[in-house]
Design a binder for this molecule. Structure first.
Ligand code: DAU
Length: 346
């Protein structure tokens, strides 16, 4: 996607990015500030655990960025951060499947109630353009050679996927019932710098760098489309500015790969030995394969530009050069409590 997308001519001047201190959110904020010189960005982020102020360190001094700590589940936080905005991009979410399997309420609170809070604000201020950032997991797994289309039934497998599906259905319901100007993006597995080291790619890279085991769930033959974060953000930016109201857009890398292939690519790029690969007990309800048909978004002019080898090299280089970002996370008590719960019994 060229950098010319929706340049100075765009009418969206003030954009609220919820979850803007998270992984995808922080890349989106950086992109909006870089490519749209007249845009002001407001970030609303609850800074729970994956949302981190330091993810925005390079752009926080920019006078066009305003950072607000708060939650999309709280009406007061939504109204103070959305005051006067032309658009809201909702990237705030609880996103980790394994955490959702532990059964906490936070997935429903953030992904469903939080979405509703934002939609209620848009309903009351109908000039606001709204984009919901969602996931391919809402379709559940699909058998080859099928690729999920935007109109397919929602059949998510995990509590996380169910909560994102509920959020998506609310967005579509508000678009139909109240006529709000909303679109949804459904992205495939995204990776890149600043991703919290609980997801496959950053967990395996950081473990490989430290000579620690890389825990492969089950046989490792599950299929994912690995999308570089900047390609994903280009798609969100395009849908924000050019997507049709009431419409869903799939965002996939277009290349299917098994987790074992991803793990071997990480061994290769980090120079770690294959002896680090450790098969462990499978994830409950584990989806076997996701694959997206992205022709609708292609018709808007998007296609992924960063091949996996290139994106993985950039990502591994970033993690190798930024130990100061991830070492305190991985040695912290909260992370250790999570990993001993998630992996201890495997
Ligand atoms: O597909 C989009 C989704 O991708 C996003 O909506 C989610 O927020 C994001 O977490 C991701 O979901 P996955 O469950 O696919 O991602 P995760 O990185 O957790 O796992 C990727 C694959 O790797 C999956 O098949 C499970 C497997 N896996 C994961 C971890 C963390 C392992 O084999 N070992 C692991 O330790």
């Amino acid at each position: 996607m060229g950098d010319e997308t929706n340049g100075p001519g765009s009418s969206l001047r003030r954009i609220l990015v919820t979850g803007g201190a998270g992984f995808i959110g922080s890349h989106l904020v950086r992109r909006l500030l870089r490519l749209h010189p007249r845009v002001e960005v407001i970030v609303l982020d609850a800074l729970t655990y994956a949302g981190r102020r330091e993810n925005l360190a390079d752009v926080l001094p920019d006078p066009r960025l305003t950072f607000i700590e708060g939650s999309i589940t709280l009406e007061a936080d939504v109204s103070r951060s959305a005051a006067g905005v032309d658009a809201i991009v909702n990237v705030a979410a609880e996103t980790h499947v394994d955490r959702s399997i532990f059964g906490g309420d936070e997935f429903l609170l953030t992904n469903v109630l939080g979405t509703k809070r934002l939609l209620d604000h848009v309903r009351a201020t109908p000039s606001i353009r709204y984009v919901q950032v969602s996931t391919d997991e809402v379709y559940g797994d699909v058998e080859a050679p099928t690729r999920s289309l935007e109109g397919d039934p929602l059949a998510g497998s995990s509590p996380y996927a169910a909560s994102k599906s509920a959020g998506d259905l609310l967005v579509l319901a508000y678009a139909r019932t109240f006529g709000i100007d909303a679109s949804i993006t459904r992205g495939s597995n995204t990776y890149g710098p600043f991703q919290f080291p609980e997801k496959l790619v950053p967990l395996f890279i950081t473990n490989a760098l430290d000579g620690l085991p890389m825990p492969i769930y089950g046989d490792g033959r599950q299929v994912r489309e690995m999308l570089y974060v900047e390609d994903h953000c280009a798609a969100i930016d395009l849908v924000l500015h050019a997507g049709e109201r009431g419409t869903v857009y799939n965002v996939g890398a277009g290349v299917e790969q098994e987790n074992l292939e991803t793990a071997h690519a990480i061994l290769h790029v980090t120079g770690a030995p294959a002896s680090l690969l450790a098969h462990v007990e499978d994830r409950l309800g584990h989806d076997r394969r996701y694959a997206l048909d992205c022709s609708r978004l292609a018709a808007l002019g998007w296609s992924p530009t960063i091949a996996f080898d290139d994106g993985l090299r950039r990502t591994a280089d970033w993690f190798a050069a930024n130990r100061a970002w991830w070492e305190p996370i991985k040695s912290g008590a909260a992370y250790e409590a999570y990993t001993s719960r998630a992996y201890g019994e495997r």
